[in-house]
Design a protein around this ligand. Sequence first.
Ligand code: ZN
Length: 228
Amino acid sequence: MKNMPRLTWFGHSAFMIELMGKVMLVDPWLTHALSPIRPSDLEKVDYIIITHDHGDHMGDVLEIMKRHRKAKVISIFEIANYIGEALREPNRTIGGNIGGPIYVDDLEIVLTPAYHSSARGSPTGVVIMSKEGTVYHAGDTGIFAEMSFIGELYKPSVALLPIGGHFTMGIREAIKATELIKPQYVIPMHYNTFPVIRADPYKFKKLVEEKVPGVKVVILKPGESFEF
Ligand SMILES: [Zn+2]
C-alpha cells in the first residue's frame, strides 16, 4: 500500500510533514503550553526548516539537531550560518534564499517571501514540493499580492496559514490569502497559543467555505494528523 503524505500539527506554527519517505519539521517550537510532545519524543527527523529566527519558530531546533545526528537545517542563509556555528557543524545546514529552488532527495524546497521581521536574514515561508503532494507553510506574514504566484507556480495541495492577528494575518487577511493561493486544503495556524493571538478557527472555516468555493479548511487539534 502506498504511503499517503501526511502532516501533523504540534500547535502554533510547528508541523511535521511526511513526504516521499522523509520527515520534515517546520518551525519546531515544542515547548509551549499547547504542544502535545517534547523534543525528546520525536522518532525520526530528516530536515528542519526554519522560517525566521523568532523564538516561537526557531524553537527547539538546537536540541533536536543534537538528538538527531542525521538531521539537516534548511533556512535562509544567515540562520543556517548561525545554527551551523552554534552546533560547530556547518555541514549540517543548507542555507538558501528567497525564490531559489533547493533540491534534496526527492523534494524541491523553495523559500518564499514573508512580510514580517527577523534578526538574521529575511523572514520566509516555504513551499515543499514532491510527486506525492505540495505543502506551503506561510511562516509569519501579513498578506501580500504575490501569494497568487505561489498558487500559480507551485499549486499547493495544502496551505498552512497564520490566522491569529497582531503579529501575522488575522482571519480577514487569511481568507484573502486563501483566495490568492487557491490550495485544495487550508490549515490555520499561529493562533490561541497566547492571549494576543486569540482567533476562532471555526469562524475562519465558515467564511472561507462561503467565499472561496472549492477550498476545504481542516482544523487540527495539537497532535492531530492530516493525510492529503
Ligand atoms: Zn510567530
